[in-house]
Design a binder for this molecule. Structure first.
Ligand code: HEC
Ligand code: HEC
Length: 388
């Protein structure tokens, strides 16, 4: 009898906890949220003439949300600018601040998404794409962004060989063509145009992270444009280099950031700001003697990897990193390694001579008998450098 009592009691506890966490907790987080003003009066009230946010979407845009969902756009695009601790969305120019629950309270269909194959769209309406551009992109993204894997939706358009009423000129397979949006296409575009979190809430203000990141990261950056939009800041930065270096820097940056075959995925560990992640045991590349110092050692660890205790910027790390030049699946070639190394030597305030593909080839050749998986140990590298 006693046991049955205990048994039921524990079942009750389990259910009660679940209810607290999932029902009461969520209700507390979202349930009472209402549109509010960007900032409140001193006594916590909303000024009578204040604009309230978020705003309702137009009817067309609301229908567009349903089309967006049915077309499957949500499989590749998220609509949530992550908090500063969780990611670098604001630095990437995806929004002026992290998204908060209140942003979504007026949407029937909250399309946060769960995969990020394409850019986050929470603020696509802020990116100054024209209505025409959005239609051309929806029709055939590949005519705008070469090699784009974004899904084309030509079936949403009627096509003509000549200009007609309400057509938009674009190209298809290099040929000029005129497209007329269907109602559905107009809804999707109205929806995209409506996506903007360009207001503040009492609980969240526009982010200062961009300026802060700049302070940590970069002496060479031109700061004025940075707060506006991060893209153009990096472009300005690149044009400050001679052309040959700029192209190595561009391609190196791609390799650093690309989370796919042919990319080193450096960014997932060493972070966009090159500061690594101390708690996860990932050393920084900004200011690191491993990056700025001896080229041969740097090339070696890029090809075969690195194992053992090292000191970077006065902190000890004891982990391991796989090489990138010797993997079985899509290893980086000499050009790619020289580009990514040149990039890390000249980003985030780093400044050191470029690495050439020939230099990488020479180191690769000198170590061609080393087995693929054998990472360099710190002891080995030290021995080599003293015997040199
Ligand atoms: C297979 C994954 C995938 C699907 C599905 C997809 N996209 Fe994309 N989308 C991408 C990628 C990758 C990019 C970046 C390249 C580009 O701009 O074309 C992108 C870019 C975009 C952009 C430009 C964003 C910007 O800020 O530059 C828009 C707008 C867009 N997609 C809308 C859509 C819509 C609308 C749908 C549904 C009809 C859709 N996408 C479906 C992958 C996808
Ligand atoms: C899976 C996580 C991971 C990835 C991806 C990664 N690294 Fe590392 N990296 C590490 C760790 C961990 C260490 C420290 C190894 C040790 O303690 O011996 C390290 C060390 C280094 C070092 C030497 C120490 C320093 O901080 O200067 C360099 C240089 C470096 N990585 C460059 C790169 C480059 C370039 C890429 C992309 C091509 C890359 N890493 C990708 C985890 C990673």
């Amino acid at each position: 009898m006693n046991n049955i009592f205990k048994f039921s009691f524990y079942i009750f506890l389990t259910l009660a906890f679940a209810w607290l966490a999932f029902v009461v907790g969520t209700k507390k987080q979202y349930g009472d949220l209402e549109p509010t003003a960007e900032s409140l009066e001193e006594d916590g009230s909303i000024a009578p003439d204040a604009d309230l946010f978020p705003k309702y979407m137009s009817g067309l845009a609301q229908q567009g949300a349903k089309d967006y969902l049915s077309l499957g756009c949500v499989t590749c695009h998220t609509q949530q600018v992550r908090s500063e601790e969780a990611g670098f969305d604001v630095e990437r120019g995806w929004g002026k601040r992290p998204s908060v629950p209140r942003d979504y309270i007026l949407q029937d269909e909250v399309l946060l998404g769960h995969n990020r194959v394409g850019p986050d769209l929470a603020n696509v309406g802020l990116r100054e794409y024209s209505n025409e551009w959005l239609h051309q992109h929806l029709f055939m993204p590949q005519t705008i962004v070469e090699g784009s894997i974004c899904q084309p939706s030509p079936f949403l358009y009627e096509t003509f060989n000549e200009s007609e009423e309400d057509t938009i000129e674009t190209t298809l397979n290099g040929q000029p063509i005129f497209i007329k949006p269907s109602l559905r296409a107009n809804r999707v575009v109205a929806y995209l145009e409506s996506l903007k979190q360009d207001y503040e809430f009492p609980e969240i203000k526009f982010s200062k992270i961009i300026e802060d990141a700049d302070l940590v990261a970069d002496a060479t950056d031109t700061n004025e444009s940075a707060s506006e939009d991060n893209e153009s800041a990096t472009e300005d930065n690149a044009t400050a280099f001679p052309t040959w270096l700029a192209s190595q820097m561009d391609s190196g940056k791609d390799i650093y950031q690309k989370v796919a075959a042919g990319g080193g995925m450096c960014v997932t560990c060493h972070m966009p700001n090159g500061l690594g992640n101390k708690t996860a045991g990932i050393p920084p590349l900004a200011g690191s003697d491993w990056v700025l110092g001896d080229k041969e050692r740097l090339i070696k660890i890029s090809i075969h990897g690195l194992l053992g205790e090292i000191e970077v910027n006065g902190e000890k790390y004891n982990g391991a990193m796989n090489g990138f030049g010797q993997t079985l699946v899509s290893p980086l070639n000499d050009n790619q390694i020289s580009d990514v190394l040149t990039y890390i030597r000249n980003e985030w305030g780093n400044s050191a001579p470029a690495v050439s593909a020939e230099e990488v080839a020479a180191v690769r050749d000198a170590n061609k008998d080393r087995p693929i998986t054998q990472m360099w140990t710190v002891a080995e590298l030290e021995k080599n450098s003293t015997s040199d």
